[in-house]
Design a protein around this ligand. Structure first.
Ligand code: SF4
Length: 190
């Protein structure tokens, strides 16, 4: 589920189409649509899904209906109010995003090692250095279920980044945007 709107403006954002548009829809209509899919896993993303206040009771509604719920958040809004049954996939914005100053750092202390993941989108080697410092400072390898290193799609030095990640020996996962390699960078809805 993609929610409209985001207070951030990451320079490499690939979902700017979510900043506007969309349609207002009731919880009950969403729940019925979800039932039609017959899938018990729902990812809530955006835009920034936590920027809409109503998302919090909505997430609880999903959990109450037995869905496994994943929340993909840009890390600007506190995750404190998210129903604890949902899993968080938390972005830490690196300097190359232009939005690193807006990271809500207390979110890192709320990560749970049995269900939450943390993600760094890497635009260059400076971002990778920043990610390594942050991983060490917050002990993220032990604090989160997974640490994802996600190079910006189309970055020119992907091999250099991949080799640096490999050499680091850190227990992190290189996370390419597979859908873009398969369906192309501009294809929406996959
Ligand atoms: S937080 Fe996500 S949706 Fe918002 S500008 Fe950054 S990448 Fe785009």
């Amino acid at each position: 589920m993609r929610l409209t709107g985001c207070p951030m403006r990451c320079v490499w954002c690939d979902s700017e189409y979510t900043f506007t548009g969309g349609e207002k829809i009731s919880f009950e209509d969403i729940f019925s649509k979800l039932e039609e899919f017959g899938c018990k896993l729902v990812e809530v993303t955006g835009g920034e899904p936590l920027a809409q206040k109503n998302v919090f009771p909505f997430i609880t509604g999903l959990c109450n209906r037995g869905y496994e719920v994943l929340i993909e958040t840009g890390g600007y809004v506190s995750t404190d109010e998210v129903d604890r049954r949902a899993s968080i996939i938390l972005d830490v914005k690196c300097p190359g995003s232009g939005e690193a100053e807006r990271n809500h750092w207390p979110n890192l202390s709320l990560l749970r090692s049995d269900k939450d993941e943390v993600k760094f989108v890497i635009a260059d080697m400076n971002d990778w250095e920043f990610a390594q410092r942050t991983i060490a400072e917050y002990d993220l390898v032990n604090r989160a279920k997974a640490v994802l290193i996600s190079p910006v799609h189309g970055v020119s030095n992907l091999r250099e980044i991949a080799e640096a990640v490999s050499r680091s020996g850190l227990k992190v996962r290189l996370n390419l945007q597979l859908h873009k390699y398969i369906w192309g960078a501009d294809t929406r809805g996959v």
